[in-house]
Ligand binder design. Structure first.
Ligand code: SF4
Length: 325
């Protein structure tokens, strides 16, 4: 176990690796309607480069990796990326995806070593799904969920809750997940990137939980808080009905933050809510030593803020799809 601690005494255990800044969805809290600029594909880190960053990060304590985007399934060599990290001996490997292109790829992802998948599902209503995804149908995502379950993945659904949009559908979304043995998670809208323009749509965690008053077994819930950002609620009457909520704004968990992010182009970002970090692609492509790479990562971690300052409106300039959600 590494003894690394940042300026505020926090460890580094978890790296979120964005493998592309492209996405086939256009979620209102992530991608703006116009004015997007994409990174040139040549700037995207290759599988071996990503694995090298993970390998050196392990010296600081990283032992879990989640692959994100953009939409990571848009990257054809995703299984190669995952396998390269698995081959280092990292076994805690997870993926966050909209699942639209998942159905035909579950086998190759499983063979690469992936075992856990979080699937974004902001609506079940076909019309709402089409509107929130930027015009795509829900069926491929539903097929992707079924295929992931069939393959044996541990699956969670992620729903970003938006007032006047999907806020009336939360119970249905939870029941959809529970009926398949999955854990639904509900996320407060964060004022990051395009989400900064939609803060009036944020529904706080307390209000999200109220939406579940109608579930038959909610009396005497036991509330458990894990080490990650999600709080999980177990209904005593039915322990299989687990529910996660993530309230970055109203339940600030920065003091126990144990993660950092790697952008698709090799930006080491210690905090989702800050542009500060260290660009390590130039180091990698100039043939740096492992010590030089470690120094770059440490430099990036040294810029990790104590926490977000959402209330001061300081995170709105970040593009969520560029930093990996
Ligand atoms: S806002 Fe930054 S410090 Fe706070 S939990 Fe998120 S990544 Fe960690």
């Amino acid at each position: 176990m590494s003894s690394y601690r940042d300026h505020y005494g926090r460890s580094l255990e978890y790296l979120r690796v964005s493998v592309t800044d492209r996405c086939n969805f256009r979620c209102p809290y992530c991608r703006p309607e116009t004015g997007e600029l994409y990174d040139p594909p040549a700037d995207h880190l290759k599988a071996a480069e990503i694995a090298r960053v993970v390998d050196v990060s392990r010296q600081l304590g990283v032992r879990a990796v989640r692959f994100t985007g953009g939409e990571p399934l848009l990257r054809r060599d995703l299984p190669d990326v995952i396998a390269a990290v698995r081959d280092l001996g990292v076994t805690d490997l997870a993926l966050t995806t909209n699942a639209w292109r998942l159905a035909k790829r579950t086998k190759s992802l499983w063979q690469a070593g992936l075992r856990r998948i979080n699937i974004s599902l902001d609506a079940l209503s076909k019309d709402r799904f089409r509107r929130l995804s930027g015009g795509l149908d829900i069926e491929p995502t539903l097929k992707g969920i079924d295929a992931a379950i069939e393959q044996g993945f541990e699956v969670k659904t992620n729903t970003v809750v938006m007032a006047g949009e999907n806020s009336g559908e939360l119970l249905e979304l939870a029941q959809f997940a529970w009926a398949r043995g999955l854990t639904p998670r509900f996320i407060e809208l964060m004022p990051i990137g395009a989400g900064a323009l939609a803060t009036h749509r944020r529904i706080d965690v307390e209000e999200i939980l109220q939406a579940f008053d109608a579930v038959p077994e909610p009396q005497n819930e036991a509330i458990r808080y894990g080490r990650g950002p999600a709080s999980y609620w177990y209904h005593e009457g039915n322990p299989h009905q687990k529910l996660g909520v993530i309230g970055a704004t109203t339940r600030n968990f920065c003091a126990s933050c144990n993660r950092a992010r790697l952008t698709a182009t090799g930006g080491f970002r210690p905090c989702l809510a800050s542009n500060l970090g260290y660009e390590i692609r130039p180091l990698l492509r100039q043939g740096c030593t492992d010590q030089e790479l470690l120094n770059g990562i440490l430099e990036g971690m040294g810029r990790k803020p104590e926490g977000h300052r959402f209330h001061e409106g300081l995170a709105g300039q970040n593009a969520m799809r560029g930093i990996g959600g």
